[in-house]
Design a protein around this ligand. Structure first.
Ligand code: NAP
Length: 533
């Protein structure tokens, strides 16, 4: 890892009167891990809670980025040559280190992303869970697999998994630690090297995990972090990667996919959503309302799987809205680096502008603001109240567009079929939620929803925390999956190897082809009844 930036980064010492920032110089040490960036002006990042400078970050050029890929490519060969069990042990040690040093990660995530500490803890736990999961299961999932051959006994066949090579990973700012772990760790344990481009806003969180991974035994060049705007270094990432894993907005994802496809490189895209929640008539209203608070306002709604539309059966709608509003109003907003606040701030000025304009537009097109609906500069420059809307019409932009903020629209319905249809009536298909006292009914409704993850009696956390199952989007919400077996195997090339013995798959010398094809036909018919194939 090359250090190209002089010691110049500084984290704020206190926020909201609570001391909790890492010691002075800590940001500098993390920034020194960034690869490239000597030849272009650095950028200064600000903490959303305060507007104070958190770090001054080097910005890579196109040439820097390509050089970093070359360095990663050299490191990849030695890393891939290590037994998978050894690579998995690095993840086990990382799991330990993340849990042991979590306080520092919580501070960093809060400082960079502006979220409440409990929401930052979601990131720590997802990181630890995913390290443990792949540390435990990667050796089995990556092991060569025997398969029945074309001719029983005579064809020995199997499947071998090879790493892709160097994986390019582009990450957003909203879940900087968890998404780094979920995308980078399986790529590494599969024997790839990684070049990651985190968002500038939240680079320190990724760099923190990078430092811990090195302490856990990862060779330093196997995971490289470059920083820079996508418009400047995106081409280099697309052109140098053997696989591209992108997480971000749907428009950027579509643009990148077009460019990646011309190179026939494989990729996965984790994109936006307009996630629905359906409250069935038999639901426990209090539990559903409490669940909705987390589902809609965790990380101030800046969560790809956050709920932005709620369909409540008409028989309980009024009661639900009352309960939901009361619980939302009880949510404490704050900027402290401790667990005292239930919701933090938005992360950037762009986010504040986007959220404000969506709510203003909904108001102007006839929506009622049940609670919230205004910025809170008294708490910090980017705070916005958790907002519940009713009476939202199709003319409102947020009716169909992702807001990516603490804003939710509540609608009524009388027939469950209608609620399912309206929930599915969107170009997106990322996450959904169903609330009912009848788990079986919940499962059945869930299976009818066109979303990559569906949570019954939870907003998003049940699937998000179950890292052994795949997570990703249908329709405009993405291509491919993270987590589960797919989240690991996507970073590999499958290779089939078959060893043929004795009889070839062609008529032996002297046997007329017509006779041979007859014998083969009889054989194929018999094979259908052979057990174990
Ligand atoms: P974004 O604007 O698409 O940016 C995401 C990342 O891509 C950033 O690092 C960004 O860096 C980079 N980027 C932008 N243009 C690029 C280009 N031409 N080439 C290469 N990289 C480029 O998305 P965002 O607004 O930051 O993130 C919010 C969106 O992400 C929401 O739509 C949310 O739903 C989605 N998201 C999805 C998931 C999921 O798992 N499905 C998870 C989290 C977020 P620069 O801006 O510096 O260029």
């Amino acid at each position: 890892m090359t250090s190209t930036v002089p010691a110049r980064a500084q984290l704020p010492g206190t926020i909201g009167g609570v001391t909790g920032a890492p010691p002075a110089g800590r940001a500098t040490a993390l920034v020194d891990r960034v690869a490239g960036g000597a030849d272009s002006p650095p950028v200064e990042m600000q903490a959303p809670f305060t507007g104070w400078t958190t770090a001054v970050l080097p910005q890579a050029t196109d040439a820097d980025t390509r050089a970093v890929f070359a360095q990663a490519r050299r490191a990849q060969r030695a890393w891939a040559a290590r037994p998978v069990a050894e690579r998995a042990r690095v993840l086990h040690r990382l799991h330990e280190l993340v849990l042991r040093h979590q306080d520092e990660a919580l501070d960093l995530v809060q400082i960079e992303a502006g979220k409440a500490r409990l929401d930052a803890f979601d990131e720590v736990s997802a990181t630890a869970l995913v390290a443990d999961h792949y540390g435990r299961h990667a050796p089995r999932l990556l092991a060569p697999r025997r398969a029945p051959g074309a001719l029983p006994v005579l064809t020995k066949a199997g499947e071998v998994r090879h790493p892709k090579g160097v994986v390019g990973i582009i990450s957003p700012w909203n879940y900087p630690l968890a998404l780094t772990a979920m995308d980078v760790l399986p790529a590494l344990v599969a024997g790839n090297a990684v070049v990651q481009k985190p968002d500038n806003q939240t680079a320190l969180s990724a760099l923190w995990l990078h430092e811990l991974a090195e302490r856990a035994g990862l060779p330093v060049d196997a995971w490289q972090i470059v920083l820079g705007r996508g418009s400047r270094i995106g081409d280099a990432i697309v052109e140098e990667s053997d696989y591209v894993c992108f997480t971000g907005s749907t428009p950027t994802g579509k643009d990148l996919a077009g460019r990646i496809a011309t190179r026939l490189t494989s990729y996965s895209l984790e994109l936006g959503g307009k996630n629905p929640m359906i409250v069935l008539p038999d639901a426990d209203v209090r539990k559903a309302a409490a669940g909705a608070v987390t589902a809609c306002f965790a990380s101030a709604g800046q969560l790809c799987v956050s709920v932005e539309r709620i369909y409540v059966h008409d028989s309980i709608r009024e009661e639900f809205v009352r309960e939901f509003a009361a619980r939302t109003e009880a949510l404490r907003l704050g900027a402290a680096l401790d667990y005292s606040a239930g919701m933090g701030s938005l992360t950037s000025r762009e986010q504040l502008a986007a959220v404000s304009s969506h709510v203003d537009d909904a108001r102007a097109t006839g929506a009622t603001v049940v609670t919230g609906g205004r910025a809170r500069p008294d708490l910090g420059p980017l705070f916005y109240e958790p907002t519940i809307l009713t009476g939202v019409t199709e003319r409102a932009r947020l009716f169909a567009e992702e807001t990516f903020g603490p804003v939710v629209s509540v609608y009524g319905y009388s027939e469950v079929d209608d609620a399912v249809e309206r929930a599915n009536d969107t170009p997106f298909g990322l996450n959904a939620s169903v609330w009912t006292r009848d788990a079986r009914r919940g499962w059945d409704v869930a299976a009818r929803l066109k979303a990559g993850t569906v949570n019954v009696n939870e907003g998003y956390a049940a699937t998000f925390g179950t890292v052994g199952v795949p997570m990703g989007g249908m329709k405009d919400s993405g291509v491919g999956r993270r987590n589960g077996a797919e989240g690991l195997l996507k970073y590999t090339e499958a290779q089939a190897i078959a060893v043929q013995r004795g009889l070839r798959l062609r008529p032996p010398r002297g046997l007329p082809p017509a006779l041979w094809t007859k014998a083969m036909t009889a054989g194929m018919k018999a094979l259908r009844h052979l057990p174990g194939r």
